[in-house]
Design a protein around this ligand. Structure first.
Ligand SMILES: Nc1ncnc2c1ncn2[C@@H]1O[C@H](COP(=O)(O)OP(=O)(O)O)[C@@H](O)[C@H]1O
Ligand SMILES: [Mg+2]
Length: 244
């Protein structure tokens, strides 16, 4: 894939292959995310997008290939070290701890045994997400699905990552709630956090994207700016699932 976009390369994925046992599902993916970008990865269900994200975050091993973050090879780093390097992934399905309060869920994202630092971090999250501030002492189980997804995002960003990876945050949520989640991601991007979003809701995701990759059965079929996607027939491929 051509590398002509401006900005410092944060995440650099080169020729990554991932397999479950003998079944390879990611067949040599190369892509990157640069500082300030909101990168969207589009593609049909089962194409291997989550698998690629899990490989980036160290949750599944790669068969081969390289992942660098700010120039440092993290291909074989542990999930914990990858988080420390500045990559946080919010997993599919807004997972939060139902029996903990909103605030305790957020604190799980901080790692620091420094209550004063934590207070500052919490205040920043509450300023970003007023819906969490209002409910800080409620059990997470009492939040709506959308609020739980925002809580999951808050838990991800409270540790101050450089790259936030969101895997289909829209899953199971109502359209207005989805809009709010994507707006939240766009706001975070404007505040300096790079975003890598996997999403099946093409139009909604492209509204905020600065760059997009089309993912087809374990491969990147194309990388393009959103306006190029709207002009060309590439989007038809995503919608219609057309092959090569
Ligand atoms: N833990 C797993 N073990 C075996 N196969 C898996 C596992 N997770 C996903 N797969 C398979 O890998 C392929 C890609 O899945 P996935 O990465 O979840 O795709 P996507 O996120 O694009 O929907 C699918 O065929 C899926 O069934
Ligand atoms: Mg997935």
């Amino acid at each position: 894939m051509e590398n002509t976009r401006p900005g410092e390369v944060l995440l650099d994925v080169r020729d990554v292959h991932v397999a479950y046992g003998k079944a390879e599902v990611v067949h040599g993916v190369s892509m990157d995310v640069r500082a300030g970008e909101f990168v969207v990865m589009l593609g049909r269900n089962g194409a291997g997008k989550s698998t690629l994200l899990h490989a980036i975050s160290g949750l599944v091993p790669m068969r081969s290939g390289t992942v660098r973050f700010q120039g440092v090879d993290i291909s074989r780093a542990t999930p914990r070290d990858i988080v420390k390097a500045g990559i946080v992934q919010v997993l599919e399905g807004h997972r939060v701890f139902h029996t903990l309060s909103v605030e305790d869920n957020l604190l799980l994202g901080t790692y620091a045994a420094n209550p004063r630092g934590d207070r500052r971090k919490l205040d920043r999250i509450y300023a970003l997400f007023p819906e969490l501030a209002e409910r800080r002492h409620q059990m997470a189980s009492r939040l709506s699905g959308g609020q739980q997804q925002i809580l999951a995002v808050g838990q991800g960003v409270i540790g101050d990552p450089k790259l936030l990876i969101l895997d289909e945050p829209s899953g199971g949520l109502a359209p207005l709630v989805i809009d709010r989640i994507l707006e939240v991601a766009a706001d975070l991007c404007k505040s300096g956090l790079a975003i890598l979003l996997v999403e099946q809701l093409v139009e909604k995701a492209l509204r905020h994207a600065t760059y997009a990759y089309l993912f087809e059965t374990g491969r990147i079929a194309a990388g393009a700016y959103p306006r190029e996607l709207h002009e060309g027939d590439l989007l038809q491929r995503v919608y219609l699932g057309g092959g090569h």
